[in-house]
Design a protein around this ligand. Structure first.
Ligand code: ATP
Length: 588
Protein backbone atom coordinates (compact mmCIF):
# COMPACT_ATOMS: atom_id res chain seq x y z
CA UNK A 1 0.00 0.00 0.00
CA UNK A 2 2.00 2.88 -1.28
CA UNK A 3 0.68 6.41 -0.94
CA UNK A 4 2.27 9.84 -1.17
CA UNK A 5 0.61 13.23 -0.62
CA UNK A 6 2.12 14.53 -3.88
CA UNK A 7 0.47 11.71 -5.85
CA UNK A 8 -2.89 12.19 -4.19
CA UNK A 9 -2.64 15.92 -4.93
CA UNK A 10 -1.91 15.18 -8.58
CA UNK A 11 -4.84 12.73 -8.72
CA UNK A 12 -7.24 15.51 -7.74
CA UNK A 13 -6.93 16.93 -11.26
CA UNK A 14 -8.97 13.97 -12.54
CA UNK A 15 -11.28 13.42 -9.58
CA UNK A 16 -14.37 12.67 -11.71
CA UNK A 17 -12.87 10.15 -14.16
CA UNK A 18 -10.93 8.49 -11.33
CA UNK A 19 -14.11 8.07 -9.29
CA UNK A 20 -15.76 6.51 -12.37
CA UNK A 21 -12.77 4.23 -12.98
CA UNK A 22 -12.79 3.12 -9.33
CA UNK A 23 -16.56 2.52 -9.41
CA UNK A 24 -16.18 0.39 -12.54
CA UNK A 25 -13.32 -1.56 -10.97
CA UNK A 26 -15.55 -2.18 -7.95
CA UNK A 27 -18.26 -3.42 -10.33
CA UNK A 28 -15.69 -5.76 -11.89
CA UNK A 29 -14.89 -7.09 -8.40
CA UNK A 30 -18.60 -7.61 -7.77
CA UNK A 31 -18.85 -9.74 -10.95
CA UNK A 32 -16.06 -11.95 -9.53
CA UNK A 33 -18.05 -12.27 -6.31
CA UNK A 34 -21.21 -13.13 -8.25
CA UNK A 35 -19.31 -15.67 -10.34
CA UNK A 36 -17.89 -17.32 -7.20
CA UNK A 37 -21.33 -17.61 -5.62
CA UNK A 38 -22.88 -18.97 -8.83
CA UNK A 39 -20.08 -21.51 -9.28
CA UNK A 40 -20.43 -22.64 -5.67
CA UNK A 41 -24.18 -23.11 -6.18
CA UNK A 42 -23.56 -25.04 -9.42
CA UNK A 43 -21.01 -27.33 -7.76
CA UNK A 44 -23.36 -27.90 -4.84
CA UNK A 45 -26.20 -28.72 -7.25
CA UNK A 46 -23.90 -31.15 -9.07
CA UNK A 47 -22.92 -32.76 -5.77
CA UNK A 48 -26.58 -33.22 -4.94
CA UNK A 49 -27.34 -34.58 -8.42
CA UNK A 50 -29.69 -31.68 -9.26
CA UNK A 51 -28.48 -31.46 -12.87
CA UNK A 52 -31.55 -29.52 -14.06
CA UNK A 53 -30.31 -26.46 -12.08
CA UNK A 54 -26.90 -26.54 -13.75
CA UNK A 55 -27.85 -24.92 -17.10
CA UNK A 56 -29.32 -21.67 -15.68
CA UNK A 57 -26.48 -21.37 -13.15
CA UNK A 58 -23.78 -21.85 -15.79
CA UNK A 59 -25.59 -19.39 -18.09
CA UNK A 60 -25.49 -16.87 -15.25
CA UNK A 61 -21.75 -17.54 -14.81
CA UNK A 62 -21.28 -16.88 -18.53
CA UNK A 63 -23.27 -13.64 -18.21
CA UNK A 64 -21.01 -12.56 -15.32
CA UNK A 65 -17.94 -13.23 -17.47
CA UNK A 66 -19.33 -11.19 -20.40
CA UNK A 67 -20.44 -8.29 -18.17
CA UNK A 68 -17.02 -8.26 -16.53
CA UNK A 69 -15.24 -8.11 -19.89
CA UNK A 70 -17.38 -5.13 -20.95
CA UNK A 71 -16.91 -3.34 -17.61
CA UNK A 72 -13.17 -4.01 -17.52
CA UNK A 73 -12.70 -2.61 -21.03
CA UNK A 74 -14.62 0.54 -20.16
CA UNK A 75 -12.72 0.83 -16.88
CA UNK A 76 -9.34 0.68 -18.61
CA UNK A 77 -10.37 3.37 -21.08
CA UNK A 78 -11.63 5.76 -18.40
CA UNK A 79 -8.58 5.09 -16.21
CA UNK A 80 -6.25 5.78 -19.16
CA UNK A 81 -8.10 9.04 -19.87
CA UNK A 82 -7.83 10.01 -16.18
CA UNK A 83 -4.10 9.25 -16.25
CA UNK A 84 -3.65 11.37 -19.38
CA UNK A 85 -5.53 14.25 -17.77
CA UNK A 86 -3.34 14.07 -14.66
CA UNK A 87 -0.23 13.90 -16.84
CA UNK A 88 -1.16 16.96 -18.89
CA UNK A 89 -2.17 19.03 -15.85
CA UNK A 90 0.96 18.07 -13.95
CA UNK A 91 3.24 18.95 -16.87
CA UNK A 92 1.40 22.27 -17.20
CA UNK A 93 1.96 23.05 -13.54
CA UNK A 94 5.63 22.01 -13.67
CA UNK A 95 6.36 23.93 -16.87
CA UNK A 96 4.69 27.00 -15.45
CA UNK A 97 6.82 26.65 -12.32
CA UNK A 98 9.97 26.19 -14.41
CA UNK A 99 9.06 29.35 -16.31
CA UNK A 100 8.76 31.23 -13.01
CA UNK A 101 11.99 29.75 -11.67
CA UNK A 102 13.76 31.12 -14.71
CA UNK A 103 17.25 30.32 -15.94
CA UNK A 104 18.69 30.85 -12.46
CA UNK A 105 17.16 27.47 -11.48
CA UNK A 106 19.03 25.62 -14.21
CA UNK A 107 22.33 26.89 -12.86
CA UNK A 108 21.66 24.87 -9.71
CA UNK A 109 19.59 21.96 -11.13
CA UNK A 110 20.90 19.87 -14.00
CA UNK A 111 18.82 20.16 -17.16
CA UNK A 112 18.84 16.39 -17.70
CA UNK A 113 17.52 15.77 -14.18
CA UNK A 114 14.71 18.27 -14.74
CA UNK A 115 13.91 16.56 -18.06
CA UNK A 116 13.75 13.16 -16.33
CA UNK A 117 11.33 14.52 -13.72
CA UNK A 118 9.19 16.20 -16.38
CA UNK A 119 9.02 13.18 -18.68
CA UNK A 120 9.62 9.92 -16.78
CA UNK A 121 8.45 11.21 -13.39
CA UNK A 122 5.15 12.40 -14.80
CA UNK A 123 4.70 9.08 -16.65
CA UNK A 124 5.20 7.36 -13.27
CA UNK A 125 2.42 9.48 -11.76
CA UNK A 126 0.14 8.52 -14.67
CA UNK A 127 0.77 4.80 -13.99
CA UNK A 128 0.17 5.30 -10.27
CA UNK A 129 -3.01 7.28 -10.67
CA UNK A 130 -4.59 5.30 -13.49
CA UNK A 131 -3.70 1.78 -12.38
CA UNK A 132 -2.47 1.55 -8.82
CA UNK A 133 -4.74 4.04 -7.07
CA UNK A 134 -8.14 2.61 -8.23
CA UNK A 135 -6.90 -0.89 -7.38
CA UNK A 136 -5.72 0.29 -3.96
CA UNK A 137 -9.18 1.69 -3.18
CA UNK A 138 -10.93 -1.48 -4.37
CA UNK A 139 -8.47 -3.61 -2.39
CA UNK A 140 -9.48 -1.74 0.76
CA UNK A 141 -13.22 -1.72 -0.02
CA UNK A 142 -13.89 -5.27 -1.19
CA UNK A 143 -12.35 -7.52 1.52
CA UNK A 144 -14.78 -6.34 4.27
CA UNK A 145 -17.73 -7.03 1.93
CA UNK A 146 -16.35 -10.47 1.10
CA UNK A 147 -15.71 -11.21 4.77
CA UNK A 148 -19.32 -10.29 5.55
CA UNK A 149 -20.45 -12.71 2.83
CA UNK A 150 -18.27 -15.47 4.34
CA UNK A 151 -19.58 -14.62 7.82
CA UNK A 152 -23.14 -15.13 6.56
CA UNK A 153 -22.23 -18.68 5.42
CA UNK A 154 -19.49 -19.90 7.79
CA UNK A 155 -18.69 -17.45 10.61
CA UNK A 156 -15.83 -19.61 11.97
CA UNK A 157 -13.95 -19.24 8.66
CA UNK A 158 -13.31 -15.62 9.69
CA UNK A 159 -10.96 -16.95 12.37
CA UNK A 160 -8.38 -17.74 9.67
CA UNK A 161 -9.41 -15.29 6.95
CA UNK A 162 -9.25 -12.08 9.00
CA UNK A 163 -5.68 -12.58 10.28
CA UNK A 164 -4.49 -13.78 6.85
CA UNK A 165 -6.06 -10.79 5.08
CA UNK A 166 -4.70 -8.36 7.64
CA UNK A 167 -1.24 -9.81 7.15
CA UNK A 168 -1.57 -9.72 3.35
CA UNK A 169 -2.72 -6.09 3.31
CA UNK A 170 -0.70 -4.57 6.12
CA UNK A 171 2.32 -6.89 6.30
CA UNK A 172 4.17 -5.45 3.28
CA UNK A 173 3.67 -1.87 4.53
CA UNK A 174 6.96 -1.94 6.36
CA UNK A 175 8.72 -3.12 3.21
CA UNK A 176 6.85 -0.53 1.19
CA UNK A 177 8.20 2.20 3.41
CA UNK A 178 11.70 0.85 3.10
CA UNK A 179 11.23 0.56 -0.65
CA UNK A 180 9.87 4.08 -0.94
CA UNK A 181 13.08 5.32 0.70
CA UNK A 182 15.18 3.16 -1.62
CA UNK A 183 12.95 4.34 -4.46
CA UNK A 184 13.96 7.93 -3.74
CA UNK A 185 17.65 7.00 -3.85
CA UNK A 186 17.02 4.97 -6.99
CA UNK A 187 15.21 7.90 -8.59
CA UNK A 188 18.06 10.27 -7.74
CA UNK A 189 20.51 7.89 -9.44
CA UNK A 190 18.18 7.62 -12.42
CA UNK A 191 17.90 11.42 -12.68
CA UNK A 192 21.68 11.76 -12.43
CA UNK A 193 22.17 9.24 -15.22
CA UNK A 194 19.62 11.09 -17.40
CA UNK A 195 21.51 14.33 -16.81
CA UNK A 196 24.84 12.67 -17.64
CA UNK A 197 23.50 11.31 -20.94
CA UNK A 198 22.02 14.67 -21.93
CA UNK A 199 25.27 16.48 -21.16
CA UNK A 200 27.27 13.89 -23.09
CA UNK A 201 24.98 14.29 -26.12
CA UNK A 202 25.03 18.06 -25.97
CA UNK A 203 28.77 18.15 -25.47
CA UNK A 204 29.57 15.51 -28.08
CA UNK A 205 31.57 17.95 -30.23
CA UNK A 206 33.71 18.95 -27.24
CA UNK A 207 34.16 15.34 -26.13
CA UNK A 208 35.25 14.40 -29.63
CA UNK A 209 37.58 17.37 -29.92
CA UNK A 210 39.25 16.51 -26.62
CA UNK A 211 39.36 12.78 -27.38
CA UNK A 212 37.20 12.07 -24.34
CA UNK A 213 34.43 10.07 -26.05
CA UNK A 214 35.81 6.70 -24.93
CA UNK A 215 36.34 7.83 -21.34
CA UNK A 216 32.86 9.33 -21.18
CA UNK A 217 31.33 6.15 -22.60
CA UNK A 218 33.15 4.07 -19.99
CA UNK A 219 31.94 6.43 -17.24
CA UNK A 220 28.35 6.24 -18.47
CA UNK A 221 28.56 2.45 -18.67
CA UNK A 222 29.82 2.33 -15.08
CA UNK A 223 26.95 4.54 -13.96
CA UNK A 224 24.43 2.43 -15.89
CA UNK A 225 25.83 -0.70 -14.22
CA UNK A 226 25.46 0.98 -10.82
CA UNK A 227 21.85 1.86 -11.60
CA UNK A 228 21.25 -1.72 -12.76
CA UNK A 229 22.68 -3.10 -9.51
CA UNK A 230 20.54 -0.68 -7.49
CA UNK A 231 17.47 -1.78 -9.45
CA UNK A 232 18.18 -5.47 -8.87
CA UNK A 233 18.77 -4.86 -5.16
CA UNK A 234 15.47 -3.01 -4.99
CA UNK A 235 13.66 -5.79 -6.83
CA UNK A 236 15.08 -8.30 -4.37
CA UNK A 237 13.46 -6.39 -1.54
CA UNK A 238 10.25 -6.18 -3.53
CA UNK A 239 10.30 -9.98 -3.87
CA UNK A 240 10.14 -10.22 -0.08
CA UNK A 241 7.15 -7.90 -0.22
CA UNK A 242 5.41 -10.09 -2.84
CA UNK A 243 6.46 -13.25 -1.00
CA UNK A 244 4.88 -11.99 2.21
CA UNK A 245 1.62 -11.23 0.41
CA UNK A 246 1.63 -14.60 -1.36
CA UNK A 247 2.30 -16.44 1.90
CA UNK A 248 -0.66 -14.78 3.58
CA UNK A 249 -2.90 -15.31 0.53
CA UNK A 250 -2.03 -18.99 0.04
CA UNK A 251 -1.94 -19.71 3.77
CA UNK A 252 -5.34 -18.10 4.36
CA UNK A 253 -6.99 -19.86 1.40
CA UNK A 254 -5.58 -23.27 2.31
CA UNK A 255 -6.48 -22.90 5.99
CA UNK A 256 -10.06 -21.90 5.08
CA UNK A 257 -10.29 -24.85 2.64
CA UNK A 258 -9.01 -27.30 5.27
CA UNK A 259 -11.48 -26.00 7.84
CA UNK A 260 -14.34 -26.23 5.31
CA UNK A 261 -13.33 -29.78 4.37
CA UNK A 262 -13.05 -30.89 8.03
CA UNK A 263 -16.43 -29.38 8.80
CA UNK A 264 -18.01 -31.02 5.74
CA UNK A 265 -16.45 -34.42 6.60
CA UNK A 266 -17.90 -34.18 10.12
CA UNK A 267 -21.32 -33.48 8.59
CA UNK A 268 -21.43 -30.06 10.23
CA UNK A 269 -22.22 -28.10 7.03
CA UNK A 270 -24.21 -28.46 3.85
CA UNK A 271 -22.56 -28.92 0.44
CA UNK A 272 -23.69 -25.41 -0.56
CA UNK A 273 -22.09 -23.83 2.52
CA UNK A 274 -18.87 -25.77 1.98
CA UNK A 275 -18.53 -24.76 -1.68
CA UNK A 276 -19.48 -21.17 -0.88
CA UNK A 277 -16.85 -21.01 1.86
CA UNK A 278 -14.19 -22.41 -0.48
CA UNK A 279 -15.02 -20.03 -3.34
CA UNK A 280 -15.50 -16.93 -1.17
CA UNK A 281 -12.31 -17.59 0.81
CA UNK A 282 -10.37 -17.55 -2.43
CA UNK A 283 -12.23 -14.42 -3.60
CA UNK A 284 -11.34 -12.58 -0.38
CA UNK A 285 -7.72 -12.47 -1.55
CA UNK A 286 -8.33 -11.51 -5.18
CA UNK A 287 -8.14 -7.70 -4.52
CA UNK A 288 -4.86 -8.20 -2.66
CA UNK A 289 -3.45 -10.28 -5.52
CA UNK A 290 -4.60 -7.67 -8.05
CA UNK A 291 -2.96 -4.91 -6.02
CA UNK A 292 0.27 -6.84 -5.92
CA UNK A 293 0.09 -7.10 -9.74
CA UNK A 294 -0.03 -3.29 -9.97
CA UNK A 295 2.90 -2.95 -7.58
CA UNK A 296 5.26 -1.74 -10.28
CA UNK A 297 2.88 1.03 -11.39
CA UNK A 298 2.62 2.18 -7.78
CA UNK A 299 6.34 2.03 -7.23
CA UNK A 300 7.09 4.13 -10.29
CA UNK A 301 4.87 6.93 -9.04
CA UNK A 302 6.08 6.80 -5.44
CA UNK A 303 9.74 6.90 -6.54
CA UNK A 304 9.20 10.02 -8.61
CA UNK A 305 6.94 11.78 -6.09
CA UNK A 306 9.64 13.53 -4.03
CA UNK A 307 11.39 14.87 -7.14
CA UNK A 308 8.09 16.16 -8.50
CA UNK A 309 7.19 17.78 -5.19
CA UNK A 310 10.60 19.45 -5.04
CA UNK A 311 10.20 20.91 -8.53
CA UNK A 312 6.58 21.93 -8.00
CA UNK A 313 7.33 23.77 -4.78
CA UNK A 314 10.77 25.17 -5.69
CA UNK A 315 10.92 28.85 -4.83
CA UNK A 316 12.02 31.26 -7.55
CA UNK A 317 15.16 33.27 -6.82
CA UNK A 318 13.06 36.46 -6.90
CA UNK A 319 9.55 37.19 -5.65
CA UNK A 320 6.99 38.26 -8.26
CA UNK A 321 5.09 40.89 -6.28
CA UNK A 322 5.23 43.74 -8.78
CA UNK A 323 2.04 44.80 -10.50
CA UNK A 324 3.08 47.54 -12.94
CA UNK A 325 3.05 46.69 -16.63
CA UNK A 326 6.46 47.24 -18.24
CA UNK A 327 5.07 49.60 -20.86
CA UNK A 328 6.52 53.01 -21.44
CA UNK A 329 5.60 55.80 -23.86
CA UNK A 330 9.16 55.66 -25.21
CA UNK A 331 12.22 53.50 -24.61
CA UNK A 332 13.08 53.76 -20.89
CA UNK A 333 16.28 54.86 -19.18
CA UNK A 334 18.09 52.09 -17.29
CA UNK A 335 19.84 53.00 -14.08
CA UNK A 336 21.98 50.88 -11.76
CA UNK A 337 22.22 52.63 -8.42
CA UNK A 338 24.89 51.51 -5.99
CA UNK A 339 24.20 47.88 -6.97
CA UNK A 340 25.89 45.13 -4.99
CA UNK A 341 25.38 41.45 -5.67
CA UNK A 342 27.04 38.21 -4.76
CA UNK A 343 25.95 34.76 -5.84
CA UNK A 344 24.65 32.49 -3.09
CA UNK A 345 27.53 30.08 -3.69
CA UNK A 346 30.51 29.72 -5.98
CA UNK A 347 33.66 31.65 -6.41
CA UNK A 348 31.96 35.03 -6.04
CA UNK A 349 29.80 33.76 -3.24
CA UNK A 350 31.70 34.41 0.01
CA UNK A 351 29.61 36.65 2.18
CA UNK A 352 31.73 39.53 3.24
CA UNK A 353 30.53 42.86 4.54
CA UNK A 354 33.09 44.96 2.76
CA UNK A 355 31.96 43.74 -0.65
CA UNK A 356 35.08 41.70 -1.40
CA UNK A 357 34.27 38.69 -3.59
CA UNK A 358 31.03 40.32 -4.70
CA UNK A 359 30.13 39.80 -8.36
CA UNK A 360 29.07 43.47 -8.35
CA UNK A 361 30.06 46.00 -5.75
CA UNK A 362 28.44 49.44 -5.52
CA UNK A 363 27.98 49.85 -9.28
CA UNK A 364 26.24 53.05 -10.37
CA UNK A 365 25.66 54.19 -13.93
CA UNK A 366 22.85 55.20 -16.27
CA UNK A 367 22.13 53.80 -19.72
CA UNK A 368 20.34 56.70 -21.42
CA UNK A 369 16.93 56.15 -22.97
CA UNK A 370 16.95 55.17 -26.63
CA UNK A 371 20.76 55.00 -26.75
CA UNK A 372 23.37 52.26 -26.97
CA UNK A 373 25.41 51.64 -23.85
CA UNK A 374 28.23 49.13 -24.00
CA UNK A 375 29.52 47.32 -20.93
CA UNK A 376 33.10 46.14 -21.16
CA UNK A 377 35.66 44.70 -18.81
CA UNK A 378 37.88 41.68 -18.36
CA UNK A 379 36.44 38.20 -17.92
CA UNK A 380 34.62 37.85 -14.59
CA UNK A 381 34.16 41.61 -14.24
CA UNK A 382 30.40 41.20 -13.70
CA UNK A 383 29.03 42.17 -17.13
CA UNK A 384 26.59 39.25 -17.49
CA UNK A 385 25.57 39.64 -13.86
CA UNK A 386 24.39 43.18 -14.66
CA UNK A 387 22.08 41.81 -17.35
CA UNK A 388 20.86 39.03 -15.04
CA UNK A 389 19.91 41.65 -12.44
CA UNK A 390 18.12 43.78 -15.00
CA UNK A 391 16.09 40.73 -16.08
CA UNK A 392 15.51 39.90 -12.40
CA UNK A 393 16.96 36.43 -12.56
CA UNK A 394 18.33 37.59 -9.24
CA UNK A 395 17.71 40.66 -7.07
CA UNK A 396 20.61 42.83 -5.90
CA UNK A 397 21.75 42.44 -2.30
CA UNK A 398 22.15 46.20 -2.11
CA UNK A 399 21.18 49.17 -4.25
CA UNK A 400 18.51 49.40 -6.93
CA UNK A 401 17.98 48.70 -10.61
CA UNK A 402 15.59 51.24 -12.12
CA UNK A 403 13.73 51.46 -15.40
CA UNK A 404 12.47 54.97 -16.04
CA UNK A 405 12.98 55.74 -12.36
CA UNK A 406 10.91 52.77 -11.14
CA UNK A 407 12.53 49.79 -9.45
CA UNK A 408 12.41 46.65 -11.61
CA UNK A 409 10.72 44.76 -8.74
CA UNK A 410 7.66 47.04 -9.08
CA UNK A 411 6.92 45.59 -12.54
CA UNK A 412 5.24 42.22 -12.91
CA UNK A 413 7.94 39.71 -13.83
CA UNK A 414 6.26 38.48 -16.97
CA UNK A 415 5.72 41.96 -18.32
CA UNK A 416 9.25 43.05 -17.36
CA UNK A 417 10.80 40.14 -19.24
CA UNK A 418 8.52 40.74 -22.20
CA UNK A 419 9.68 44.35 -22.31
CA UNK A 420 13.32 43.31 -22.62
CA UNK A 421 14.57 41.37 -25.65
CA UNK A 422 17.75 39.38 -25.10
CA UNK A 423 20.26 37.92 -27.50
CA UNK A 424 22.95 35.94 -25.77
CA UNK A 425 25.95 33.86 -26.70
CA UNK A 426 23.87 30.69 -26.54
CA UNK A 427 21.34 30.92 -29.31
CA UNK A 428 18.40 28.59 -29.10
CA UNK A 429 16.70 27.63 -32.34
CA UNK A 430 13.87 25.13 -32.47
CA UNK A 431 13.14 22.29 -34.88
CA UNK A 432 10.83 24.46 -36.97
CA UNK A 433 10.97 26.58 -40.12
CA UNK A 434 13.14 29.69 -40.21
CA UNK A 435 9.94 31.75 -40.27
CA UNK A 436 8.53 29.75 -37.32
CA UNK A 437 11.69 30.41 -35.32
CA UNK A 438 11.47 34.12 -36.07
CA UNK A 439 7.76 34.31 -35.30
CA UNK A 440 8.37 32.98 -31.79
CA UNK A 441 9.03 36.60 -30.95
CA UNK A 442 5.93 37.95 -32.70
CA UNK A 443 3.46 35.37 -34.02
CA UNK A 444 1.57 37.97 -36.07
CA UNK A 445 4.62 39.37 -37.88
CA UNK A 446 4.15 39.63 -41.67
CA UNK A 447 6.59 38.08 -44.14
CA UNK A 448 7.86 41.56 -44.98
CA UNK A 449 8.56 42.25 -41.29
CA UNK A 450 10.46 38.98 -40.99
CA UNK A 451 12.58 39.92 -43.99
CA UNK A 452 13.23 43.45 -42.61
CA UNK A 453 14.43 42.05 -39.28
CA UNK A 454 16.58 39.43 -41.04
CA UNK A 455 18.07 42.12 -43.27
CA UNK A 456 18.88 44.28 -40.26
CA UNK A 457 20.62 41.31 -38.63
CA UNK A 458 22.49 40.60 -41.89
CA UNK A 459 21.06 37.11 -42.43
CA UNK A 460 18.35 37.65 -45.08
CA UNK A 461 20.55 36.72 -48.06
CA UNK A 462 21.64 33.48 -46.40
CA UNK A 463 18.08 32.52 -45.56
CA UNK A 464 17.05 33.11 -49.17
CA UNK A 465 19.91 30.84 -50.27
CA UNK A 466 18.46 27.91 -48.27
CA UNK A 467 16.45 25.39 -50.39
CA UNK A 468 13.13 26.48 -48.89
CA UNK A 469 14.03 30.06 -47.97
CA UNK A 470 12.06 31.15 -44.92
CA UNK A 471 10.08 27.85 -45.07
CA UNK A 472 13.22 25.70 -44.60
CA UNK A 473 12.97 23.51 -41.56
CA UNK A 474 16.07 23.88 -39.40
CA UNK A 475 17.85 20.64 -38.64
CA UNK A 476 16.11 18.75 -41.45
CA UNK A 477 17.82 17.31 -44.52
CA UNK A 478 21.06 19.08 -43.79
CA UNK A 479 19.45 22.49 -43.30
CA UNK A 480 21.86 23.45 -40.62
CA UNK A 481 23.21 26.90 -39.93
CA UNK A 482 26.67 28.02 -38.93
CA UNK A 483 27.23 29.49 -35.46
CA UNK A 484 27.30 33.00 -36.93
CA UNK A 485 24.10 32.44 -38.91
CA UNK A 486 22.36 31.12 -35.83
CA UNK A 487 23.39 34.19 -33.87
CA UNK A 488 22.19 36.52 -36.59
CA UNK A 489 18.87 34.67 -36.74
CA UNK A 490 18.54 35.14 -32.99
CA UNK A 491 19.32 38.83 -33.47
CA UNK A 492 16.60 39.09 -36.11
CA UNK A 493 14.21 37.42 -33.69
CA UNK A 494 15.02 39.92 -30.97
CA UNK A 495 14.60 42.82 -33.40
CA UNK A 496 11.13 41.53 -34.28
CA UNK A 497 9.87 41.93 -30.74
CA UNK A 498 8.40 45.25 -29.77
CA UNK A 499 10.53 45.25 -26.64
CA UNK A 500 11.84 48.77 -26.03
CA UNK A 501 14.94 47.42 -24.27
CA UNK A 502 17.46 45.26 -26.09
CA UNK A 503 20.21 43.33 -24.31
CA UNK A 504 23.02 41.83 -26.35
CA UNK A 505 25.29 39.58 -24.32
CA UNK A 506 28.25 38.79 -26.56
CA UNK A 507 25.62 38.24 -29.21
CA UNK A 508 28.07 38.37 -32.07
CA UNK A 509 30.78 36.17 -30.56
CA UNK A 510 30.38 33.49 -33.27
CA UNK A 511 30.74 35.99 -36.09
CA UNK A 512 34.09 36.96 -37.59
CA UNK A 513 35.45 40.43 -36.99
CA UNK A 514 34.29 41.88 -40.30
CA UNK A 515 30.87 40.30 -39.86
CA UNK A 516 30.66 41.60 -36.32
CA UNK A 517 31.39 45.17 -37.31
CA UNK A 518 28.82 44.90 -40.16
CA UNK A 519 26.13 43.41 -37.93
CA UNK A 520 26.77 45.73 -35.04
CA UNK A 521 26.49 48.65 -37.45
CA UNK A 522 23.20 47.49 -38.98
CA UNK A 523 21.94 46.41 -35.61
CA UNK A 524 22.53 49.75 -34.05
CA UNK A 525 20.63 51.30 -36.93
CA UNK A 526 17.77 48.80 -36.60
CA UNK A 527 17.64 49.15 -32.83
CA UNK A 528 17.47 52.92 -33.03
CA UNK A 529 14.97 54.27 -30.57
CA UNK A 530 15.42 51.31 -28.21
CA UNK A 531 17.59 51.37 -25.12
CA UNK A 532 20.40 48.94 -25.84
CA UNK A 533 22.82 47.41 -23.38
CA UNK A 534 25.59 45.62 -25.25
CA UNK A 535 28.29 43.32 -23.97
CA UNK A 536 30.61 42.82 -26.89
CA UNK A 537 33.32 40.30 -27.45
CA UNK A 538 35.57 42.69 -29.32
CA UNK A 539 35.89 46.28 -28.23
CA UNK A 540 36.18 47.35 -31.86
CA UNK A 541 32.47 46.70 -32.33
CA UNK A 542 31.33 48.95 -29.49
CA UNK A 543 33.51 51.95 -30.21
CA UNK A 544 30.47 53.74 -31.67
CA UNK A 545 28.30 53.14 -28.61
CA UNK A 546 26.85 56.32 -27.11
CA UNK A 547 28.24 55.40 -23.72
CA UNK A 548 30.78 52.83 -22.59
CA UNK A 549 30.80 51.49 -19.04
CA UNK A 550 34.03 49.84 -17.91
CA UNK A 551 33.78 47.25 -15.14
CA UNK A 552 36.66 45.69 -13.28
CA UNK A 553 36.25 42.89 -10.72
CA UNK A 554 32.70 43.89 -9.93
CA UNK A 555 33.42 47.61 -9.57
CA UNK A 556 32.78 50.49 -11.89
CA UNK A 557 36.08 51.59 -13.35
CA UNK A 558 35.03 54.35 -15.74
CA UNK A 559 32.17 55.66 -17.87
CA UNK A 560 32.58 57.65 -21.08
CA UNK A 561 32.73 57.34 -24.83
CA UNK A 562 35.42 55.62 -26.84
CA UNK A 563 37.48 58.76 -27.35
CA UNK A 564 37.38 60.06 -23.79
CA UNK A 565 38.12 56.63 -22.33
CA UNK A 566 41.12 56.21 -24.62
CA UNK A 567 42.33 59.65 -23.57
CA UNK A 568 42.03 58.65 -19.90
CA UNK A 569 44.57 55.92 -20.62
CA UNK A 570 43.04 53.62 -18.01
CA UNK A 571 41.73 50.05 -18.09
CA UNK A 572 39.71 50.66 -21.28
CA UNK A 573 42.78 51.86 -23.16
CA UNK A 574 44.67 48.81 -21.87
CA UNK A 575 41.87 46.48 -23.01
CA UNK A 576 41.79 48.08 -26.45
CA UNK A 577 45.55 47.76 -26.71
CA UNK A 578 45.40 44.12 -25.62
CA UNK A 579 42.61 43.51 -28.17
CA UNK A 580 44.95 44.65 -30.91
CA UNK A 581 47.84 42.56 -29.67
CA UNK A 582 48.35 39.02 -31.02
CA UNK A 583 47.03 37.53 -27.73
CA UNK A 584 43.97 39.52 -28.44
CA UNK A 585 41.15 37.94 -26.48
CA UNK A 586 41.67 39.63 -23.12
CA UNK A 587 39.12 42.18 -24.13
CA UNK A 588 35.49 41.96 -23.02
N1 ATP B 1 25.92 31.25 -11.25
C1 ATP B 1 26.99 31.71 -10.62
N2 ATP B 1 27.26 31.26 -9.40
C2 ATP B 1 28.35 31.71 -8.73
N3 ATP B 1 29.19 32.64 -9.21
C3 ATP B 1 28.97 33.13 -10.43
C4 ATP B 1 27.86 32.69 -11.21
N4 ATP B 1 27.88 33.36 -12.38
C5 ATP B 1 28.95 34.17 -12.34
N5 ATP B 1 29.60 34.03 -11.18
C6 ATP B 1 30.79 34.77 -10.74
O1 ATP B 1 30.45 36.16 -10.70
C7 ATP B 1 31.51 36.96 -11.20
C8 ATP B 1 31.02 37.81 -12.37
O2 ATP B 1 30.64 36.95 -13.42
P1 ATP B 1 30.02 37.45 -14.79
O3 ATP B 1 29.61 36.24 -15.57
O4 ATP B 1 29.00 38.47 -14.51
O5 ATP B 1 31.29 38.12 -15.46
P2 ATP B 1 31.48 38.58 -16.96
O6 ATP B 1 32.11 39.90 -16.89
O7 ATP B 1 30.22 38.48 -17.73
O8 ATP B 1 32.53 37.50 -17.46
P3 ATP B 1 32.77 36.90 -18.94
O9 ATP B 1 33.24 38.02 -19.81
O10 ATP B 1 33.85 35.89 -18.73
O11 ATP B 1 31.47 36.32 -19.38
C9 ATP B 1 32.62 35.99 -11.59
O12 ATP B 1 33.53 35.93 -10.50
C10 ATP B 1 31.91 34.65 -11.75
O13 ATP B 1 32.78 33.62 -11.43
Amino acid sequence: MMTHPELLRAARAARGPLAAATALLTAVAVTWLAQAVLLALALAALARGETDRLAPLLAAVFAAVVIRAVLARRQRRIAAAAGALVRVRLRDVLLERLGRLGPAHLTTARAGAVRTTLVDGVEGVDAYVSRYLPQLIVSCLMPPVLLLAVAAVQPWALAVLVPALTLALLGPRWWDRLLARRGKEHWDTYEGLGADYLEALQGMATLRATGAVGRTRARLERRSALLHRATVAKLRVSLIDTGLTDLAVQGGTVAAAVLAAVSAAGGGTTATATYLTLMLASECFRPVRDLSREWHAGYLGVSAADGLAALRTAEPAVADRGTLPARWPAAPEIRFENVTFRYPSGEAGEDTHDGRNAALDGVTFTAPAGRVTAVVGPSGAGKSTLLALLLRHHDPRGGRVLLNGTETSAYSLESLRRGIAVVSQETCLFHDTVAGNLRLARPDATDAELADAARAAGVHEEIMALPGGYASVLGERGTTLSGGQRQRLALARALLTDAPVLLLDEATSAVDERGEARITGSLLRAARGRTCLVIAHRLESVRHADRIVVLDRGRLDAVGDHRSLLDDDGLYAALVAAGRSPEGELAA
